[in-house]
Every structure is written in structure tokens, then in C-alpha cells.
Design a protein around this ligand. Structure first.
Ligand code: PMP
Length: 342
């Protein structure tokens, strides 16, 4: 195996990791520091992060009959879900998908199955997914909604068929929900094997490391058994609770990102040799001329902009690069660098 590598972005315009490019106005920063001032760092954090959990439940309008598990990023929640499985279990997700599903499954020696999406549309291959479910009886299925790295929303009807066919758990990973007008939170009412996972990272709080999983109390209870007691530190608990109470600020920022996404998509598709795919997330996947992706990626980097080279993953991602939507001037710098790429 190799470790999950994060490229050094020092001195570069950073459009590689789906971060929100905007920070906070001074008055909000001052109010936040006021909250942190009284934090008792000599004490362990609240092991159940009760106040933050209540805030998350309220903001997402989650009914009392569901429980919420917090994680040190949704990465930790993926790890907890997989650690809860017997070593003989299979884990299934569409391919290409978020790399940590496979990375963590491999670490734990689980049987990971990636079912290829349909070429060009990146839609779910429903018959192939259903056949794999029937054959391998996966203990967990991950469906990122919207999907990373393709950016599209899978058909909700296909997802519902998968949830009904699955005897194991189905995790709808809504990491990019702030940029997509779609969610399976309401479907929790109808399916006990359904879990919805979210993160505050893409919203604008990637530095806090906070994800959450919503689902049936009997399932969440099992995950609490293997979670470390103080996995959400005091500063994250206070900061996230403060930040989420200022939701209007994030709503404005995500709206600006979505407006920029439309501009970048259009401009990418006007470039000769480039095919950019529609996205419901805060990034865009695009295809470059055959065999050119790595040269273009390196040339863009040399011009001061860091994006993500997906081409090495092969398969449907051959010749593909992925750019995160940044501030208007950052996106302009990226498009100029791409146009000048050698
Ligand atoms: N799910 C998906 C689909 C992602 O793309 C990411 C981050 N790239 C995560 C989960 C993990 O997010 P975090 O650990 O920051 O909450």
C-alpha cells in the first residue's frame, strides 16, 4: 500500500482539495475568539459532544428517533464503519469513487469491490450493482451523492433500488451536499439499513475535522463501541457549534461557489480538446486530449496553480484532471494557465 499523499501547496493557488476558498469577516472572527477564550483546555472534551450534536440535529432537522455519531472528519466515520465489520465482509462502491473507501477497506483486509460507472455519463450501472449485491452480499455499500471525483448526482431511483436490494448497510455520503440541492435524509424514515454521512469540510470548515453520521440508534450504538472516547476535541466542538450557528454566512459563500462553478464549466467546455463534466459539487472533472493530462497538470502547476491529476488512476479517469472551484480571480488564473499549458 502507499499512504494517502497530500501535495505541498506552498506558494500555489490551491484548487486541489475541494476546500471553500473564503474565510470569515473580522467581526465573526472576533466573536469566535470570544467563545474560545473560556474553553477549558485542561479538561477532556465532552465525550458525547452533546451541544454540538444538538446543533447538528436542529440544523439538519433530524427527528429525535435517529441518532448522530460524530467523527474526526467523515474519514474517521468511514474507518469506524469498516472496523465494525467481520474480516470476511465485502464492501462495495461505484468506481471511480472516493479513494478512502478502498484505502481503509484494504488496510483492514476487507474484500473491496469497485463496480464501474457507465462511461461518459458516470451514471450508476444499476444491473451491475444489483448483480454484485446479490453475489457478494456486501456488509456496507458507499454511495457518494454527489460523487467524488465525477461530481454528478446518481439517479435517486437507482439508489433507492440499491437500498432495497441490500441486506447490509447503505451509506449515502453527502460530503458535497452544500452544493447540491439533494439529500437522502428524508429517506431515513423508510429504510433502517440507510445511513447518511455529512462533513463540515466542504462547507468551509475543513481545518476543524468534523463529520457526522445519521441513522438508526441500533446501528449508531454499535459504532460508539469502537469509537475513541474523545474523538472530537474541545476546540472543534466549540468552533463548529459557533460556526454552524452562523449558517447564513456559509450559505452566501456556497452560493458564490455555485455561481462560479457555472462560469468555469462553460469556459472549460469552450476550450479546444477539453470536455468538462457537469457537477453538483464544488469541483469539476475534465478530460484532456489523449495522453496529455500529466503534462497539462504539471504545466498548470508550474504556472502557480495546483489542481488534482486523476489520470494515473486509469479506467474512466484516464486523461482526466479535477479542479476545485475557488474565488473568481483564482479560477481565472487556473483557466489562463490551462489555456497556456504546454
Ligand atoms: N467523502 C467524500 C465523498 C469526500 O470527497 C471526502 C473528502 N475529499 C470525504 C468524504 C472526507 O471528508 P472529511 O474527512 O474532510 O470529512
Amino acid at each position: 500500500m502507499s499512504a494517502y499523499k497530500v501535495t505541498d501547496a506552498h506558494g500555489l493557488i490551491k484548487l486541489d482539495a475541494m476546500e471553500n476558498p473564503y474565510t470569515w469577516p473580522e467581526d465573526i472572527k472576533t466573536a469566535w475568539l470570544d467563545v474560545l477564550k473560556d474553553c477549558e483546555l485542561n479538561r477532556y472534551p465532552d465525550p458525547e459532544a452533546r451541544q454540538l450534536t444538538q446543533t447538528i440535529k436542529r440544523l439538519n432537522q433530524i427527528a429525535d428517533r435517529f441518532d448522530v455519531l460524530l467523527g474526526n472528519g467523515s474519514d474517521e466515520i468511514i474507518q469506524l464503519l469498516l472496523m465494525a465489520l467481520p474480516s470476511t465482509a465485502s464492501v462495495l462502491a461505484p468506481a471511480p469513487g472516493f479513494v478512502m473507501y478502498k484505502q481503509l477497506s484494504d488496510c483492514l483486509g476487507l474484500n473491496y469491490l469497485g463496480i464501474p460507472l457507465l462511461a461518459d455519463s458516470f451514471a450508476l450501472d444499476l444491473p451491475a450493482m444489483l448483480a454484485a449485491i446479490e453475489r457478494h452480499q456486501p456488509a456496507v455499500i458507499f454511495l457518494a451523492y454527489p460523487n467524488n471525483p465525477t461530481g454528478n448526482l446518481f439517479s435517486a431511483a437507482s439508489i433507492l433500488e440499491i437500498i432495497k436490494a441490500a441486506k447490509g448497510l447503505v451509506v449515502i455520503d453527502e460530503a458535497y451536499a452544500p452544493f447540491a440541492d439533494a439529500s437522502f435524509i428524508d429517506a431515513l424514515n423508510d429504510h433502517d439499513n440507510l445511513l447518511v454521512m455529512r462533513t463540515v469540510s466542504k462547507l468551509g470548515l475543513a481545518g476543524l475535522r468534523l463529520g457526522y453520521l445519521i441513522g438508526h440508534p441500533l446501528i449508531i450504538e454499535q459504532l460508539h463501541k469502537i469509537r475513541l472516547p474523545y474523538n472530537i476535541n474541545s476546540l472543534t466542538q466549540l468552533s463548529a457549534d459557533f460556526a454552524l450557528s452562523n449558517k447564513a454566512l456559509f450559505d452566501r459563500q456556497t452560493q458564490a461557489i455555485c455561481a462560479e462553478r457555472a462560469i468555469v464549466l462553460k469556459q472549460l467546455n469552450e476550450l479546444p480538446g477539453i470536455t468538462a463534466y457537469p457537477s453538483a459539487a464544488n469541483f469539476i472533472l475534465f478530460r484532456t486530449p489523449k495522453g496529455k493530462a500529466t503534462d497539462i497538470f504539471l504545466s498548470i502547476k508550474q504556472q502557480g496553480v495546483l489542481i488534482k491529476n486523476m489520470s494515473a488512476q486509469g479506467g474512466l479517469l484516464s486523461d482526466c484532471l479535477r479542479v476545485t472551484i475557488g474565488k473568481p480571480e483564482e479560477n481565472k488564473a487556473f483557466l489562463t494557465a490551462l489555456m497556456n499549458a504546454k
